[in-house]
Design a protein around this ligand. Structure first.
Ligand SMILES: CSCC[C@H](NC=O)C(=O)N[C@@H](CC(C)C)C(=O)N[C@@H](Cc1ccccc1)C(=O)O
Length: 667
């Protein structure tokens, strides 16, 4: 059948045309914003990263690095005359490039064997510091016989003694340690500053005299078994001597030296081995003395800290009720919100997030946008906001998107208010009821909010209302609310989710006989938990779930963390808790047709979790299907536009199969 007009609804093919702004870096004088522009590419089936400049007066855009390869991490030199960035423009390993803004000339500064990260200009603009992994020796044990000349033998044995030998998105890790380097900003030889068998982590921050670089790491022998611990260190650029500036039990990370050099700001918390802690903004004098917390009264977690030019305040971003905001925190601890409505660069699900930077005069560049469009660059000057980019108007301006409405319900468990956002099918008419998809976030310590989501828009375009809930455990509501699931997840969050569904039914938006449920990762745990507890949903799709906490604690890339922080015991010390909180323990109850889906290279919730559940459902005779997304990691389940669209399509096809089935088939 020939189309008779343009497609007004959002489609899977539209994923290739989406663009999203990230990492906005406003120039020191506030005249321009360099930012990362991620655009779908239909020929490579990827989101390509390019760097663009947008003029803050005219909104005129200029490409900085947009040719072949990937380009990211733009960073202004202190005087704003040059822009450093990381790029694979010349093929092979990514390198550090610098562009002289006046001439427009860009040069490759480095010739590195491995990818650099955490680039940081020295305050006088003469040097750039960066971090890079230096491979170490593999542990050896025995040896293969000598190969005859010309023989092609298999790879040697892979022997490991590391705790962190795998990581999501990277697979099995090459042994080695992150070290800190410095390279002249106008070309020359890079010099290694840190050494030894420890990771020296970014971000990096120079002292104003250019003599030291602050970094974070855990330089103690037990670092492998303590995944949360970290201290701030000062690294002498001349002698490589390292001086610790913090020493408490808990993470101290992201150090930033104030422009006048008198203070250090950083993020961290006292480790109480709880599932969730607010990350707090700390400051101290430059030698680490006089340490104090500035955001203790906020009861929110701080994501990013940037000093004001006059060194009197720190700008921070934090999540509040599912929304990301920027606040100015003075050294006396007064907190003023200066920007709201930030949006992150994740496209598939409506997670909170977003980034910002600050010019000398306090003007902010933020990533922001409505729930119906990916993030653009917005300039915030006092109470004035101006949108500088309109990356998706060409596409979404011609589409009818699903409207997103805020909802709130009291939990049937204890009456606590539970916030959620409902995406309605495009063209919704007041009073009309729709089939409802409950889509559950992961983390579990994370938050949904009024943010763009390709999954939700695709489900809405297919005629479903979609509910994004923040049950107990969600971040952005304070420590007490998040830790209601401490050593109790999954658990009473189930009641919050069901209360939110019932709230949407009571409000007249959802058809109570047409309920569906899905969610990813921690949301996959809760999806499987729900179908183990109720038959109210017609069909379910559990994505990248944890099914069995014992195997998760031993096989995933966060084993020590799961055992120490989410259980407080090893699996064989408290098998009862591990089993009773595992969705596998309820599989015998499941009658809901349940699709199981996982990334083929997921190291966070390994493929074997999904496979265990699929086989258990088959053994129980429950309708199911297993989908592996080839090559996809946990964080990258939706990284390839074709796979993201196909994933949503598979879930819709599964739900549609049961949406119109007569009730007797369902029973
Ligand atoms: C110290 S690691 C804590 C776990 C981590 N938390 C991040 O939010 C995580 O990966 N959680 C998983 C579930 C867990 C393995 C049981 C999770 O639910 N991931 C979510 C959230 C997320 C979003 C983006 C990047 C990483 C995590 C998800 O994949 O949707």
């Amino acid at each position: 059948i020939q189309a008779t007009g343009p497609e007004r609804h959002f489609t899977g093919a539209d994923l290739f045309s989406l663009e999203v702004a990230a990492d906005p870096q406003i120039s020191p004088d506030g005249s321009q914003v360099a930012y990362v522009r991620r655009s779908g590419d239909i020929m490579t089936d990827q989101f390509r990263s390019t760097i663009w400049l947008v003029d803050t007066r005219s909104s005129e855009q200029t490409p900085i690095a947009a040719g072949p390869g990937g380009h990211f991490s733009p960073r202004w030199s202190p005087d704003g005359s040059r822009l450093a960035y990381i790029s694979s423009a010349e093929g092979g390993t990514t390198q550090i490039f610098v562009r002289w803004m006046e001439s427009g000339e860009a040069v490759r500064l480095t010739n590195l064997p491995y990818a650099p990260g955490s680039i940081a200009w020295s305050p006088d603009g003469t040097r750039i510091a960066y971090s890079m992994l230096i491979p170490g020796e593999s542990a050896g044990l025995g040896s293969a016989p000598d190969a005859p000349e010309g023989a092609e033998w298999a790879d040697p044995l892979d022997v490991t003694t590391a705790v962190g030998y795998r990581a999501d998105g990277q697979g099995y890790l090459r042994p080695g340690f992150n070290q800190i380097f410095v390279v002249p900003a106008d070309g020359g030889t890079a010099r290694q500053l840190s050494f030894g068998d420890y990771h020296h982590g970014g971000p990096l921050s120079w002292t104003p005299d250019g003599r030291a670089i602050l970094f974070s790491g855990d330089l103690t022998p037990d670092w492998e078994m303590d995944p949360v611990e970290g201290e701030i260190y000062s690294l002498d650029v001349t002698t490589s001597a390292i001086t610790p500036l913090t020493d408490r039990n808990g993470p101290d990370v992201n150090p930033v030296v104030s422009p006048d050099g008198r203070h250090i700001a950083w993020l961290g918390f006292d480790d109480q081995r709880r599932g969730y802690e607010n990350v707090l903004l700390h400051v101290s004098d430059s030698d680490g003395s006089n340490q104090r917390v500035l955001t203790g009264a906020l009861d929110r977690s701080i994501n990013t800290a940037i000093w004001s030019a006059n060194s009197r305040a720190v700008y921070v971003s934090y999540d509040d009720h599912g929304q990301t905001k920027v606040a100015r925190v003075s050294l006396s601890g007064s907190i003023t919100t200066v920007a709201e409505g930030l949006n992150g660069a994740s496209l598939d699900r409506p997670y909170s997030g977003g980034s910002f930077s600050v010019a000398r005069d306090g003007t902010l560049a933020i990533t922001s946008g409505p729930a119906t469009s990916p993030a653009d660059i917005v300039l915030v000057r006092g109470s004035n906001r101006r949108q500088l980019t309109h990356l998706n108007d060409d596409l979404l301006g011609h589409k009818v998107m699903g409207e997103v409405r805020r909802m709130e319900t009291a939990s049937t468990f204890d009456g606590r208010p539970i916030e959620s956002w409902l995406t309605l099918p495009p063209g919704h008419v007041e009073g009309q009821r729709h089939p409802l998809i409950l889509e559950i976030h992961g983390g579990p310590f994370a938050a949904y909010g009024p943010h763009f989501s390709t999954d939700n828009q695709l489900y809405a375009a297919a005629g479903y209302a979609v509910l994004s809930v923040n049950p107990r455990g969600s971040t952005s509501y304070g420590t007490e609310f998040a830790n209601l699931i401490h050593h109790a997840y999954p658990g009473n969050d189930y009641h919050d989710l069901m209360s939110a569904v019932d709230g949407v039914i009571a409000a007249g938006f959802a058809d109570p006989d047409q309920l569906f449920v899905t969610g990813g990762s921690g949301g996959g745990v809760l999806t499987s938990w729900i179908v183990g507890n109720t038959n109210r949903f017609r069909a379910a799709a559990t994505q990248k779930p944890v099914i069995n906490w014992t195997t998760q604690a031993l096989i995933s890339d966060i084993p020590v963390f799961v055992a120490n922080y989410w259980f407080g015991a090893l699996p064989w010390e408290d098998q009862q808790s591990y089993w009773s909180r595992s969705p596998l323990s309820l599989v015998g109850n499941v009658e809901t047709p349940t699709l199981v889906l996982v990334g083929g290279e997921d190291e966070r919730t390994p493929v074997s979790e999904a496979e265990q559940y699929y086989m258990a459902l088959r053994m129980e005779g429950v309708p199911t299907t297993l989908i592996r997304v080839p090559g996809a990691s946990h964080g990258g389940l939706a990284a390839r536009p074709s796979q993201s669209a196909a994933k949503a399509s598979a879930i819709l096809a599964w739900f549609d199969r049961y949406r119109n089935a007569p009730n007797d088939i369902m029973e």
